[in-house]
Design a protein around this ligand. Structure first.
Ligand code: MN
Length: 268
């Protein structure tokens, strides 16, 4: 199949995804899908800073949005600590998770997480990948992460664990190519959160506010679940039905915590 920006008469015989910008290959990268609404980009900058402020992201991890005008492109910062991200740091990536034509800045190594989830999940408009600390132990144990209060009702759908070793053997644990990203997306399936064994987690949402909310409350749920597990059991978690009902109600008021979190950070 031809890349979308080429007509048949001048198309090269094969589309090679990398190297970036087709350097030396004579193959041009996909063009940018065009400018994105400034308010949406401001929300993405805010999301980076909020997630750092709330202890979900640190020097590492990232948050992206799907390009509103072109579904197989996405927007993600250049390789930079999230607390430092400004509008000018945002980059556009094509469906292979490589930057669009003309972009030469350094990209995050794990950008394939984003591109492959957007490919597999048409409902997802925003993705967070973090190493949020309280979640890590659940990724390596047999104790499943479960929704223990209404704020994390979305977790009651179940939280799958992706183990990179199953398909790729002994690695450096990073999602550093499209095949690894696709395997992670497959483990996530239709869920809002997947844990990554020995690494971190990935959270998806239908808006940037929702994905930020979910990433924050995934961390909070993990912290509280560990506390609850030290108390007398058996513990009673939210059922899938309770989780779905609670989540539907809470999502109606998501603007409230978003404004609070945003007020704590500066958005340039
Ligand atoms: Mn990572």
């Amino acid at each position: 199949m031809l890349p979308f920006w080429r007509c048949g008469c001048c198309a090269p015989s094969g589309f090679v995804a990398s190297p970036v910008d087709g350097a030396g290959s004579g193959i041009r990268r996909p063009d940018s899908a065009g400018p994105v609404d400034a308010g949406l980009l401001g929300d993405l900058v805010a999301a980076n800073r909020i997630l750092a402020d709330q202890g979900v992201l640190d020097g590492y991890g990232h948050v992206s949005i799907r390009h509103p005008a072109k579904a197989d492109h996405f927007i993600l910062s250049r390789s930079l600590a999230p607390a430092l991200v400004r509008r000018a740091d945002l980059m556009e990536f094509a469906s292979d998770s490589e930057p669009v034509a003309g972009e030469t800045r350094l990209s995050y190594l794990e950008r394939y997480i984003h591109g492959e989830i957007y490919r597999a999940r048409p409902d997802v408009m925003a993705v967070v990948h973090s190493h949020s600390p309280s979640v890590i132990p659940f990724g390596i144990s047999r104790t499943p992460m479960q929704a223990l209060f209404h704020m994390s009702g979305f977790l009651a759908q179940g939280v799958p664990i992706f183990d990179i070793r199953e398909k790729f053997g002994f690695t450096d644990m990073l999602i550093s190519n499209n095949a690894m990203g696709a395997a992670l997306a497959q483990a996530l399936a239709g869920k809002p959160v997947a844990l990554m064994r020995g690494h971190g987690n990935v959270v998806v949402g239908s808006t940037i506010q929702e994905v930020v909310y979910r990433a924050i409350y995934t961390e909070e749920n993990a912290r509280l679940q560990k506390l609850a597990m030290g108390l007398e059991g058996p513990l009673t978690y939210l059922s899938p039905e309770e989780g779905a009902r609670a989540d539907a109600t809470v999502m109606k008021t998501i603007a409230r915590p978003w404004e609070l979190w945003k007020a704590r950070v500066s958005v340039e």
